[in-house]
Design a protein around this ligand. Structure first.
Ligand SMILES: [Zn+2]
Ligand SMILES: [Zn+2]
Length: 412
């Protein structure tokens, strides 16, 4: 019979790798709780319309990458990101009535139909935060600080925050018009993606990775427009006050006018965080402010800011997690007695295993030395005397103690 294999672009997280994932999740809970963020878990599929309206119908995600299917005449989609779902839940559960800010975080699988390549999967995982209800730049500063804090708690140092302000819908329209105007003579030389985005979303052109496009954007007359200070006074104030916060908090940042992010809904602050771990520079976090999204999805006008991180990327930058050893492995020819002792110790919170198939003593000792800190030997003599021989597998030191003293011995 043919063997059924895992679907292309998806992966099993095997037991030996699960520790690394548990580390990401445990640190998220620990660090985000310090800032008052609470976890939200939304479904992994939603109405397709949510993403069309919430992520933006000019994005690659919505146009090319969604897993969409029909069920009972409804079009459903596996979530390609989680901001839209969190906003849907925020609106549906009346969270706008709660006193601001509402601070939420999430983790879980997302789905995009992309060409699988190193480090990019079709089912991938993100951890992220969203803060609702605060328009002041203190909120932008807090989510950035939180991201930096989380990355540092994982051991990622040498972080640089890249920062930009996209302005508000009002001032950005003028900028878009200027970008279009200055790129018009170059239209025929732009790549196909850029040509397609030129009308609807000209800012997206700026983060095109095609070399010939990058070369065009380097031309002095085009650079002049890109680097111009187009944002209005209010937006400029918001941006400058965010930088004041980051300075005060000692967060290193660089400004990058080419940073526009792939999603349509951002306004004012956008940022990415790069890590120089392992030699090369890697973007580990992306986010920004999205003040119009809640309203666009039918809620009350509510400012919001957030970010997401790819968990596969984080794990690839971190050292592997060594599996934790058992506290004890019981070596005995009496599975009955071994089971009873194991249960006593498990009840006391210890991680203990014993041989379930009554293998030879030497085999059991071998297993103990590979998997545990202590071998708990329960031979015939020990059983008769109600004792246990406890062998420290690191030092090979062995003592025989009363059965009710085993716990003590494990804690030495
Ligand atoms: Zn503005
Ligand atoms: Zn291009």
């Amino acid at each position: 019979m043919t063997i059924i294999k895992v679907i292309k672009g998806t992966k099993d997280i095997l037991p030996q790798d699960a520790g690394a994932w548990q580390r990401l999740e445990a640190k998220a809970l620990e660090v985000f709780s310090k800032y008052g963020y609470r976890e939200i878990r939304t479904p992994i599929f939603e109405a397709t319309e949510l993403f069309a309206r919430g992520v933006g119908d000019t994005t690659d995600i919505v146009n090319k990458e969604m897993y969409t299917f029909e069920k009972s005449d409804r079009s459903l989609t596996l979530r390609p990101e989680n901001t839209a779902g969190v906003v849907r839940s925020f609106i549906e559960n009346g969270m706008a009535r709660l006193s601001a800010p509402v601070k939420l975080w999430y983790k879980g699988p997302m789905f995009r139909y992309e060409r699988p390549q190193a480090g990019r999967q079709r089912q991938f995982h993100q951890v992220g935060v969203e803060m609702f209800g605060i328009k002041e730049s203190s909120a932008d500063a807090e989510v950035i600080m939180l991201a930096v804090d989380y990355l540092k708690s994982l051991g990622l140092n040498d972080l640089v925050v890249e920062l930009n302000s996209l302005g508000c819908p009002k001032c950005r329209e003028e900028y878009k018009a200027k970008i279009k105007e200055v790129l018009k003579p170059e239209f025929e030389n732009l790549c196909e993606d850029c040509q397609n985005r030129y009308e609807k979303n000209p800012l997206r052109l700026l983060d095109c990775k095609v070399e010939s496009c990058k070369a065009i954007f380097e031309k002095p007359e085009i650079q002049k427009v890109i680097q111009s200070d187009f944002i209005c006074e209010e937006c400029a104030e918001h941006y400058s006050s965010l930088k004041t916060y980051l300075d005060k908090l000692g967060v290193k940042y660089v400004e990058n006018k080419l940073l526009v992010r792939g999603l349509d809904y951002y306004n004012r602050t956008v940022f990415e965080i790069k890590s120089n771990n392992l030699g090369s520079q890697n973007a580990v976090c992306g986010g920004g402010r999205y003040d119009s999204l809640v309203k666009n999805l039918g809620g009350e006008d509510t400012p919001a800011v957030g970010w997401a991180m790819g968990m596969e990327r984080l794990n690839s930058l971190l050292p592997e997690v060594e599996p934790e050893k058992l506290d004890g492995y019981i070596v005995s020819n009496s599975p009955l007695e071994a089971f009873a002792l194991a249960q006593e110790l498990r009840d006391a919170g210890k991680r203990v295993e014993f041989d379930l198939s009554n293998k030879k003593f030497t085999k059991q000792l071998e297993k103990a030395s590979k998997t545990a800190n202590f071998a708990l030997i329960l031979g015939e003599d020990e059983i008769n005397l109600n004792k246990v021989s406890v062998k420290n597998l690191e030092t090979s030191e062995q003592v025989t103690v009363d059965r009710n003293m085993v716990l003590n011995q494990l804690e030495k």
